[in-house]
Design a protein around this ligand. Structure first.
Ligand code: AMX
Length: 435
């Protein structure tokens, strides 16, 4: 375990010193101005957060430590039987900023396998919910229940130095990530498979073991999980799940509490729940038109109908992105190789052909292109994982990698409690009057 943690500390200490110097020398440089409109409209475009793990370019999409998704698919270590990147390698990259060797990624895989045992009371908490409870609610509650295991919370109570925070946050993050697949699979098998649970296989990598515990042992589904859990991991710092995790962490809440906050945000339909919404929208479209492969004209009419009912077309639009999401493209490429004949996949592609023009023509949608959620449901359905209520949990398991790597950085860099200034509309009116 030691060498990756030591290496992280080495890299973080260097960065911390560089940041101190940067603030001392350039701290007064303005990053831009904040307008009244931005304060009312979701703080869009206000540069106010530092997140080291990834950076989003409005046109190119996400880059993790400078690497685009196609580059990650090429450069990150693969499982011995696979071609897709392993999320273990992406976690290493986000944490230390370097592409890992096979050995580094294998090491993380082994640590996660070793720490994957979930204490019994967590299952009891899950079992206390009616089976009908949404999987994201069960997931958030289970992560919260796991908080009893927090080394950071115990160490803080015992009175540790600020300099040691990062160490315990790192340990908690590694343990939490290790346990998430088992928790998620438990919720899945409880809700949809009569509680017939599947024991973990310690010989498999993190994603393949997750696929196995869910009940899908097909090699190409394991590959899909590796890709899925890699591309959903991080999307810089301002999105709801990343920002919520970071914000709660700034109060020195432990990683379990922080990640729960991130996940309750991911559960919203404008964020992570969109993957569930997309596939429902597509299936309703297929049902309404009585065919699995409606024509482009029929799809266009259906999109117009959705808009006229005052609803969003799920899977389209983004607060920052202004082009097709490369995470959509990566899934499309995967589908072309593994399931190009699937009618729902083809319908996703046909929606892609017609939706942008129609959305653009409304004149108000800033980004008419598909985001990550526009494709994932069709792929999961293809492999038989048909229970779309569960899709956001898959997203959440992946998102842990980015937000927890970032949380390690937050504590290693000694970031303070976050507390932006808020105003009342009365204050704004007085301010305008004084101009
Ligand atoms: N369908 C219909 N209308 C849309 C739309 C869509 N896909 N995307 C944006 N709009 C509308 C907005 O509702 C808003 O309308 P209003 O002025 O009447 O309130 C207007 O266009 C301007 O919005 P915007 O600036 O383009 O978007 P935003 O930054 O406010 O919101 C997002 C971004 C993602 C919430 C929005 O595009 C949306 O609701 N998309 C559908 C849901 C979705 O796919 N979410 C997943 C995003 C990725 C993720 O986090 N997983």
């Amino acid at each position: 375990m030691g060498y990756i943690k030591d290496h992280f500390k080495e890299v973080a200490d260097k960065q911390s010193a560089a940041i101190k110097k940067l603030i001392a020398e350039h701290g007064e440089i303005s990053l831009g101005q904040v307008t009244i409109a931005q304060a009312y409209q979701g703080m869009r475009g206000i540069p106010g957060l530092i997140t080291e793990t990834s950076l989003l370019d409005a046109n190119e999409g996400i880059r993790f430590r400078g690497y685009s998704i196609p580059e990650l698919r090429e450069k990150l270590p693969k499982a011995s039987d696979g071609k897709e990147p392993c999320p273990e390698g992406l976690f290493y990259l986000m944490l230390v900023g370097e592409i890992p060797t096979d050995e580094d990624a294998g090491h993380i895989s082994a640590v996660w396998a070793r720490r994957s045992h979930v204490p019994n009371h967590v299952f009891q908490v899950i079992e206390a919910f009616p089976v009908s409870t949404h999987p994201m609610t069960q997931f958030c509650a289970a992560v919260l229940a796991l908080q009893t295991e927090s080394k950071f919370a115990k160490a803080y109570e015992a009175g540790i130095s600020k300099k040691e925070y990062w160490d315990y946050v790192y340990e908690d993050s590694m343990t939490l990530i290790a346990r998430l697949p088992r928790i998620a699979a438990y919720i899945y098998r409880r809700k949809y498979k009569n509680g017939e649970h599947i024991q973990p296989d310690g010989m498999l990598d993190w994603s393949a073991n997750f696929a196995h515990m869910l009940g899908y042992d097909d090699d190409s589904f394991k590959e899909l999980m590796r890709l899925y859990l890699t591309i959903h991991a991080d999307h810089e710092g301002g999105n709801v799940s990343a920002h919520a995790t970071h914000l709660v962490g700034s109060a020195l809440s432990d990683p379990y509490l922080c990640f729960t906050a991130g996940m309750t945000g991911l559960a919203g339909p404008l964020h992570g729940l969109a993957n569930q919404e997309v596939i429902r929208w597509i299936e309703e479209l297929q049902k309404d038109l009585g065919t699995l492969t409606p024509s482009k004209e029929q799809i266009a009419d259906y999109i117009r109908k959705t808009l006229s009912e005052g609803k969003v077309v799920p899977g389209y639009g983004h607060a920052v992105l202004r082009k097709t999401d490369p995470r959509f493209t990566a899934q499309m490429e995967f589908a072309k190789v593994h399931c190009a004949d699937n009618p729902t996949v083809q319908t996703v592609w046909n929606v892609y052909e017609v939706a942008p023009e129609i959305l653009e023509s409304t004149g108000k949608i800033k980004n008419p292109w598909p985001n990550v959620d526009a494709h994932s449901g069709a792929l999961l359905k293809h492999y038989g994982l048909v229970e779309e209520d569960f899709y956001t949990v898959l997203f959440g398991v992946s998102r842990a990698l980015g937000v927890l790597a970032s949380l390690c950085w937050d504590r290693a860099l000694g970031f303070p409690i976050e507390r932006p200034k808020s105003m009342t509309t009365e204050w704004i009116n007085n301010y305008i009057a004084k101009q």
